[in-house]
Design a protein around this ligand. Structure first.
Ligand SMILES: Cc1cc2nc3c(=O)[nH]c(=O)nc-3n(C[C@H](O)[C@H](O)[C@H](O)COP(=O)(O)OP(=O)(O)OC[C@H]3O[C@@H](n4cnc5c(N)ncnc54)[C@H](O)[C@@H]3O)c2cc1C
Length: 382
């Protein structure tokens, strides 16, 4: 069969991209090696969606994602457990106060609803937060959270309604090229033709693209997450503590719509590789930090832990753009720890790239996410 576009991977990025292409009438096939949508890294995300970033492209794209998530139930009817709790970065160190305040002008310039607030206000938003040394923090009230699996399945149903085809339990073995031009893909079951292939294979993009002799700077590293039993809701925001500690960088947590606290941590040094077996180190490490920050969580029981992968890039920003050597190959990968929040917004940008009608904002986003950038800077809030 021939298509206008084939998407490699029905994950955080692939499914909303399929929906956006379907809406434009592009004849699209999505190929996924797992049996259903979101079974790669999408389901490992804890559900945080924010536009609180330090770089203009990410702010713009995530503002659009927030619009899509926050209005979804009213527009489309599916409950994706959107919770507008905001994001709080509490501050205990002068250096963090300076860094976060320094980001405000660029964040506000890109119409992000955010402010630095005093410790009294932080204590109201997060009742019981450790007051010792609390200086204040940033609060972005329009950020929030969603259920990763409910939202990807809502996008999936829309894509099906738009006529997109999905082939599950099928693995792309090779990108099929001739003289620097894509012809289609060869899978373990068949061959499929299309002049455009969208690489949305997440941590497995490097393997996929190597079959077309393309090297991508995406290196998977693993992160663990956990969820507790439900308790009476008493805080709604995502709390991000950016202070480092031995063995870890930041950690973040929130209370979901069911009253469960969901959390994860950034290991330091990163645990590079694709091992997804849970470790015995994670819970003692992260719980000690969370309970020190919010002591009233100390009696909560953890129900489940899991481990997934971040498709990391050298600077913490995604890789989105046409490949210069293989005509028709469009990269939409390297989402790091933010694929869920970036995906619906970037899906629309990708659809406009294929239609050839990108906007001024898209240009800012695509320059920042270019696979051919220098990777010199580091995103401050990655
Ligand atoms: C513990 C944890 C917490 C996180 N929390 C958040 C959060 O709060 N907010 C947030 O925004 N992000 C979060 N993330 C990050 C987020 O999960 C990822 O950035 C995102 O899922 C990546 O999306 P993707 O579409 O690139 O990859 P995926 O969702 O993994 O999709 C790629 C798909 O491609 C398929 N595939 C790959 N190769 C092939 C092939 N050859 N043939 C067929 N199919 C193929 C895979 O099976 C997979 O389904 C978290 C991640 C972890 C591990």
């Amino acid at each position: 069969m021939s298509y206008d576009a084939i998407i490699a991977g029905a994950g955080s990025v692939g499914v909303p991209t399929a929906m956006a292409l379907g809406q434009m009438g592009v004849k699209t096939l999505v190929i996924e090696m797992n049996p259903s949508p979101g079974q790669g890294e999408n389901k490992h995300a804890i559900g945080g969606v924010r536009a609180t970033h330090s770089d203009p492209g990410k702010i713009l794209v995530c503002r659009r994602s927030l619009e899509i998530f926050s209005t979804w139930q009213d527009r489309m009817g599916d409950n994706i457990e959107w919770l507008k709790g905001g994001y709080v970065f509490p501050v205990y160190r002068k250096s963090d106060e300076k860094m976060l305040k320094g980001l405000l002008p660029i964040q506000k310039k890109h119409r992000l609803n955010i402010d630095y607030i005093g410790s009294e206000k932080i204590r109201k938003i997060i009742p019981g937060i450790n007051p010792k040394g609390l200086r204040g923090g940033t609060f972005a009230p329009d950020d929030g959270s969603i259920s990763p699996l409910l939202s990807i399945n809502a996008f999936y149903r829309q894509a099906l309604n738009q006529g997109v085809e999905f082939r599950f339990k099928e693995r792309i073995e090779n990108l099929w090229c001739d003289k620097g031009k894509l012809i289609g893909v060869k899978t373990n079951l068949s061959t499929h033709k299309a002049p455009v292939i969208i690489d949305a294979a997440g941590p497995f993009s490097p393997q996929l693209c190597r079959t077309a002799r393309v090297d991508l700077p995406v290196i998977p590293d693993s992160h663990e997450g956990a969820i507790t039993e439900p308790v009476q809701p008493f805080f709604q925001c995502m709390v991000v503590d950016i202070r480092p500690a031995p063995g870890s960088k930041n950690y973040y947590f929130y209370q979901n719509k069911h009253g469960q606290v969901v959390f994860c941590i950034t290991p330091d040094p990163p645990i590079v590789g694709t091992d997804k077996r849970e470790t015995s180190r994670f819970l003692p490490q992260v719980c000690a930090r969370i309970v020190y920050l919010l002591p009233r969580l100390k009696n909560l029981r953890v129900r489940r832990t899991w481990r997934g992968l971040y498709p990391m890039t050298p600077d913490g920003s995604p890789l989105v753009g046409w490949n210069r050597d293989v005509k028709g190959l469009l990269h939409a990968t390297g989402m790091c720890g933010q694929g869920l929040m970036i995906a619906p917004g970037i899906a629309e940008v990708i659809a406009r790239m294929i239609a050839g009608n990108t906007t001024q904002d898209d240009k800012v986003i695509l320059e920042e996410f270019s696979p051919y950038r220098q990777f010199k800077a580091q995103e401050a809030l990655k």
